[in-house]
Ligand binder design. Structure first.
Ligand code: SAM
Length: 213
């Protein structure tokens, strides 16, 4: 490994641990159990940190990242090129119309993206469409909770500071009702004390696509 690659790796893992540690590390720990994964899609991948982690963890898999932000995709592509990763591809695309055929993916990842959407149902249905039967979804999402549930100090401060407008937060019940309608069965649903926004907690979900559709 060249010096440049070593430095980039260091930056990557520092970023993962110190900025994004909750969601990415959570997925990395969980996903190890599903080594048969051959195709992975990271929806709303941003600069591709999680996507690149997946490409490194599954060198034989084909890993794709899509985001509608051209600059993020440009950065993600540059990052992958510098790391000489051959099994990852990034594309500018909207989650509303995922540019892949039906039942293409073994695994779909989406971290903190769905709070952008007023109409979550059509995008969740898109996940189901591109996922194989029994395929796995790993999601991290801001979920509206009662204020008394935001107990820990870190989250209290972050909740106070991070008061984004124009975000569409829904309750856990509403979220699980949409995923159930889309034929995604919840396997796991945890909330943790990481970065959060006003009135919400971040939940990590694992879903599996059922046989029904
Ligand atoms: C909070 S960032 C999370 C990025 C990345 N998943 C992560 O965890 O670092 C949300 C991302 O969703 C992307 N996004 C929002 N709406 C989108 C859409 N309709 N189609 C594709 N990407 C979208 C944004 O451009 C942004 O990169």
């Amino acid at each position: 490994m060249s010096k440049e690659e070593k430095i980039l790796n260091l930056i990557l893992w520092k970023y993962v641990y110190f900025v994004k540690f909750d969601d990415t590390i959570w997925i990395l720990k969980k996903i190890n159990r599903h080594k048969e994964i051959k195709t992975i899609l990271d929806l709303g991948c941003g600069e591709g940190i999680t996507t690149i982690c997946m490409a490194k963890l599954f060198p034989k898999a084909k890993v794709f990242g899509i985001d509608h932000n051209k600059n993020s995709i440009k950065d993600a592509k540059e990052f992958a090129t510098r790391l000489k990763l051959k099994n990852v591809r990034f594309e500018v695309a909207d989650i509303k119309k995922i540019p892949f055929k039906n039942s293409f993916f073994d695994c779909v990842i989406s971290q903190k993206v769905f709070h952008y959407f007023k109409n979550k149902k059509e995008k969740i249905n898109e996940i189901t469409r591109v996922l194989k039967t029994n395929g796995i979804v790993y999601m991290a999402e801001f979920i509206k909770v009662k204020p008394e549930l935001i107990k820990d100090k870190i989250n209290y401060i972050l909740n106070y500071l991070m008061n984004f407008r124009l975000r569409y937060y829904i309750s856990l019940k509403e979220f699980l009702s949409i995923t159930e309608e889309a034929n995604l069965k919840p396997i796991q649903c945890d909330s943790h004390c990481g970065l959060s926004c006003k009135g919400t907690k971040v939940y990590n979900f694992i879903f599996q696509k059922g046989n029904g559709g």
